[in-house]
Design a protein. Structure first.
Length: 377
């Protein structure tokens, strides 16, 4: 559980030091009560209700929380909002390779503890970073409209190349995602891969460093676009781009908001932010991943396209870490509600299993003695 010193408020209106804020609230209580109850009591006060928005502290995470705040303000101008940006264990541990790191919950559990004790009302996440199984009493309150879900190439400043096809033998691609490296190895066995850690800004400075090792980075378009760095994108990597052929991570590009199970007040407030197509596609992708028991650091790629309203096309791939083996499948079908989406993902996962996905996934998990799942990448 985090200390209050780890909380930082970046609200757009003047806010008290959150430490003081929290203590003030507690001192108002007459009888000992849980923070959850305190929250419910506050909702009935005359003064404006404040919605406490939790986020990790990276620049991208804070930008995302600010986007959510702006949307909430539009939907409910009568409420107050505060952003609490918090360092998480995942942010602090920059040295352990992501796939050795273990449960993705590491990225979020301090925030979830604060959600549980009522300090926070909601947490803004990238859907991609959310484990398929959330901790008890935590649920996804809404999935928002998806930003571009594709992966992209960002070439080092000063290099004349734009895409992977042009890179010479031995050029170093910076990525910490085995999903990305394994899929690129399939097509480009002559390229080299090197881990690159830190938030998106740090990664870009490592790329551009004069004495740096990397020729390019592979990142999600969504993060780059939200940071307003879209002019750095030199190639989009989706199944349709020539020389691309990379399927993105489950949930990539969509923001998800985590709330307490049964918190009807916050869930209702989030209603207007939900996007149906993103929700159904995200649900189908997560169902596929859950069925295959893959984490974010297992090389499972997906691509979902709405062919027409209610008709979803989903491609999926499972690749061995060295890129030498893979199974691919796709499915086209009607997805009108969450149940359809769940079944759709489950069905496609089973097609992959029939084609041999289990063998690839087991080999990966056997080589990873610590924990199967991985951190965000
Ligand atoms: N933890 C890394 C992470 N989590 C989500 C995104 C991209 C933004 C998104 O998918 O919404 C990124 C950065 C990246 O992969 O380039």
């Amino acid at each position: 559980m985090a200390t209050h010193e780890q909380l930082e408020s970046t609200s757009s209106r003047p806010v008290l030091d959150p430490t003081v804020n929290v203590q003030e609230k507690s001192s108002k209580e007459t009888a000992p009560s849980t923070a959850l109850k305190r929250n419910a009591e506050e909702a009935n006060l005359d003064e404006k209700t404040t919605i406490h928005i939790g986020t990790r502290r990276s620049a991208l995470a804070v930008v995302q929380a600010e986007m959510v705040l702006a949307d909430l303000k539009k939907a409910h101008p009568d409420l107050n909002y505060e952003i609490h940006a918090m360092s998480t264990m995942g942010d602090k541990n920059q040295t352990t390779a992501l796939h050795d790191f273990g449960a993705k919950a590491l990225w979020t559990h301090e925030l979830e503890a604060q959600l549980m004790d009522g300090t926070l009302d909601l947490i803004v996440h990238c859907l991609k970073d959310l484990p398929t199984q959330l901790p008890p009493k935590c649920v996804i309150g809404c999935i928002m409209e998806r930003e571009d879900p594709r992966d992209v190439v960002i070439m080092k400043k000063g290099l004349e190349y734009k895409g992977l096809l042009e890179l010479p033998e031995g050029a170093v691609v910076g990525t910490s995602s085995v999903r990305r490296s394994a899929q690129i190895k399939m097509r480009y066995p002559h390229l080299k891969f090197k881990d690159v850690r830190g938030n998106v800004g740090t990664r870009l400075s490592k790329l551009d460093a004069e004495d740096g090792d990397y020729s390019c980075l592979i990142l999600a378009a969504a993060g780059i676009l939200r940071m307003d760095w879209g002019d750095r994108i030199t190639q989009y990597l989706d199944s349709k781009t020539e020389g691309g052929g990379l399927l993105h991570a489950v949930g990539q590009g969509a923001l998800a908001i985590e709330v307490r199970e049964g918190d009807e007040k916050t869930t209702a407030i989030l209603n207007k932010l939900a996007n149906e197509e993103s929700t159904l596609a995200g649900t189908a992708e997560r169902s596929l991943m859950r069925t295959l028991e893959g984490g974010c650091s297992v090389p499972i790629g997906v691509e979902t396209t709405w062919i027409e309203k209610g008709k979803l096309l989903m491609k999926a791939i499972v690749v061995s870490l060295d890129g030498k083996e893979h199974v691919e499948a796709e499915r086209l079908g009607e997805v009108l509600n969450a149940k359809d989406a769940d079944e759709f993902g489950w069905d496609l996962a089973h097609v992959l299993v029939e084609k041999g996905a289990t063998k690839i996934l087991e080999a990966i998990n056997l080589n990873r003695p610590i924990i199967k799942d991985g951190g965000g990448a």
